[in-house]
Design a protein around this ligand. Structure first.
Ligand SMILES: [Zn+2]
Ligand SMILES: [Zn+2]
Ligand SMILES: [Zn+2]
Length: 465
């Protein structure tokens, strides 16, 4: 990505902001939103009332704010929409995953001794795509060197001798788009959350059987905790990365039984991944089919000092959590009626995946998969990062801690000295005002919060981007 530069026009826009008479307050607000580049502006009032006496102690109104509205961070996890909020989401996710592996944030440090593995479950193949595979020595292999293969019915020889660079735009594109199983790809995305659910059930079943325990006995001995993220591969299918950890029956504070070893966890993951499948809906023209995980199941032990450390795993998961489908060349928003599929700024491969979602989604048989609504996600409508209840602290708890901190720092109203804060209730009334910053505001916000400067605006030619 080229470095953003400040043009003379930018400098003039920035000077206008800095010259505002209320700039100090304006700057404080930009900092409390963490440098959010798409803040939501609210108007409204808050009344602090003493619940014992009914006395109105204080009134706050956004009328007193610069431009008469209060900005609130957009809190997106998508780096393509707001780098500042996505970075915060990434940092929170890192803390959450790390706490589940090493302890902290309310999780006892003894959790670090529990068997835990970093597991990757992939999608099956839907046709040959341009790929980059790196050997152990760092050497990049040839993509698909099969020059003597017979051509497909579309006259394409499924061969590519290139050693692709990491930024090669062909990566993930099918060798023959007409041979590629687009229906399979979007149906896999749509049903992957159900496949994951079945995997977790099969995993517990395998473990109970291995230990010779009934379902209830099993639950009295062992709890299996998960934290997982979905990642789009370049070919546009999701795969899952997960931390899977053994706990005692009451979660991370209790020790798992001695028979629940890392070796057993490894076995159980491989068996469960192999055992489950989902059956897609079908039509007379396209019979129902069975979909399962791809053959590449990766299970790696997580340790405090070995090849795969707790910190490294937390870093991977947090990084994946802020990536989304737009990283594979599709849209970062829903399609609407005004969209012309042929003109969307997406790769040809993404366009065909989106088109397949719209085609299948229009059929009654596939209505439950909501493929039209999730076409921009190439069919996937699951959550990007999920965890079981016992895994560790929650993102909500981390956010609340930060909100409390910001509130203390806010030069706003504090309860009068000697008043019991529990006897004061805040009654707020808020309305949506607008969203986003002008270019001058975005530049100053980035400068104030140490964020990268926003890229120069795209030349406007009347079309909405
Ligand atoms: Zn934001
Ligand atoms: Zn290739
Ligand atoms: Zn073909």
């Amino acid at each position: 990505m080229p470095h953003a530069v400040i043009t003379p026009q930018d400098a003039r826009l920035m000077a206008k902001i800095i010259d505002r008479p209320d700039f100090e307050r304006w700057a404080a607000r930009a900092r409390t939103t963490g440098g959010c580049s798409q803040p939501v502006f609210l108007t409204g009032t808050v009344e602090h009332v003493h619940t014992g006496t009914g006395e109105l102690l204080h009134t706050y109104s956004t009328d007193s704010e610069p431009d008469g509205a209060l900005p609130v961070a957009c809190k997106t996890r998508r780096a393509s929409r707001c780098a500042a909020c996505a970075e915060l989401y990434r940092a929170d996710t890192y803390q959450l995953i790390r706490a589940g592996l090493a302890g902290g944030k309310g999780v006892p440090e003894t959790v670090a001794a529990h068997p835990a593995a970093f597991v990757t479950l992939t999608a099956p193949s839907f046709g040959a795509v341009h790929a980059r595979r790196v050997r152990n020595a760092g050497r990049v292999e040839r993509c698909h060197p099969r020059r003597n293969a017979a051509p497909c019915p579309h006259g394409v020889v499924a061969s590519c001798g290139a050693r692709h660079n990491d930024d090669d735009s062909r990566l993930g594109e099918p060798l023959c788009p007409d041979c590629y199983d687009y229906a399979g790809s979007v149906l896999f995305n749509a049903m992957a959350p159900e496949l994951w659910r079945r995997f977790t059930l099969a995993l517990r079943r395998y473990l109970a059987k291995a230990a010779g325990l009934t379902h209830n006995e099993f639950r009295e001995n062992l709890a299996v905790s998960f934290a997982k993220v979905a990642e789009y591969q370049r070919r546009g299918v999701v795969h899952f990365h997960a931390v899977i950890r053994f706990d005692g029956p009451d979660g991370p504070a209790t020790s798992p039984p001695g028979w629940a070893t890392l070796g057993l966890l490894d076995d159980a993951v491989r068996h469960a991944a192999d055992a489950v499948s989902v059956t897609t809906p079908g039509t007379p023209a396209m019979p129902a089919r069975s979909l399962a995980w791809g053959s590449q199941v990766d299970v790696r032990a997580i340790t405090s000092s070995g090849a795969l450390t707790q910190q490294a795993v937390a870093g991977y998961i947090a990084k994946y959590a802020t990536k989304a489908a737009e990283c594979v060349g599709t849209l970062d928003r829903r399609l609407d009626h005004a969209d012309d599929l042929a003109k969307l700024p997406v790769t040809p491969h993404a366009r065909r995946l989106i088109s397949e979602c719209l085609t299948l989604g229009a059929l009654d048989e596939f209505a439950d998969l909501r493929l039209v609504q999730w076409a921009h996600m190439l069919g996937f409508r699951g959550h990007f990062s999920t965890k079981s209840r016992q895994y560790s602290t929650t993102l909500g708890a981390l956010r609340q801690a930060r909100i409390d901190f910001v509130r203390e720092q806010f030069p706003g109203w504090q309860p009068p000295h000697g008043q019991d804060p529990d006897l004061i209730s805040a009654i707020g009334e808020w309305r949506f005002h607008s969203q986003g910053l002008t270019r001058g505001e975005a530049l100053v916000t980035a400068a104030l919060t140490g964020r990268p400067l926003p890229p120069p605006p795209a030349p406007t030619n009347g079309s909405s981007a």
